[in-house]
Design a protein around this ligand. Sequence first.
Ligand code: ADP
Ligand code: MG
Length: 234
Amino acid sequence: LQKQVIQSEKLSAIGKLGAGLAHEIRNPLTSIIGLTQLLKENNEQNKYLEIITDELERMKSLVNQFVLLGKPTKLHKTNSNIPRLISDTVELMNSNAQLNDIEIDFISDIPDLYIFVDESQIKQVLINFIKNAFEAMPDGGRLIINLEVNHEKKELAISISDEGKGMTEKEIESLGTPFFTTKESGLGMGLPICFDIIKAHNGTIDVESEKGVGTTIYLILPFHNIPERKRKNG
Ligand code: ADP
Ligand code: MG
């Protein structure tokens, strides 16, 4: 069983270096995409143009995400109810889960837990992890999400467990490196963005994975103040 805390330092180095270049590539890429679309309109039977457009669009989304990586992550923190945020995200992913024969179980005995985070960015992180778990279970399976609070350490841990493909030691070591992907049409940009967001929240990401058995991703977020617990009746 492999366990590793992922460092996002490698991301900031590579990310900053590439972002400048990515920015320069974006403008010519945009005009090439426009011209290809014009060609396609006048030349509908040409199958190659279809492929060229698809590949250019793929490049564009890579470049766009790389440009984002080079920028410091700006957070808009609000007092957020974490269990609620997780269940909203699960609801969002549920129809997709059913299509893939996947059951999502969110287990938490914490009714309300408010901490300051950037809600939309944390949601994006959760969606990325859940999508990766889906993709690791092409024949379906169970995805378990758990929320725990450690009052002594003043941190909360969200874990996302799948019973999918799992990872080798080498694959775990590569996590967080931009463009690392083992998928045929993967971009390898999901996790680098997640690490960036979690780092900006002073959090960490841990991974436990075993090839052929499954993966658990731990998302650990600190709260500097004792989390405020709000109850419905006062
Ligand atoms: P992508 O999903 O486009 O490949 P990511 O950055 O999201 O890019 O993930 C990078 C790689 O990490 C994946 O290609 C996969 O090899 C590995 N990975 C991430 N999450 C999981 C998981 N839950 N199970 C197995 N492998 C995973
Ligand atoms: Mg992904």
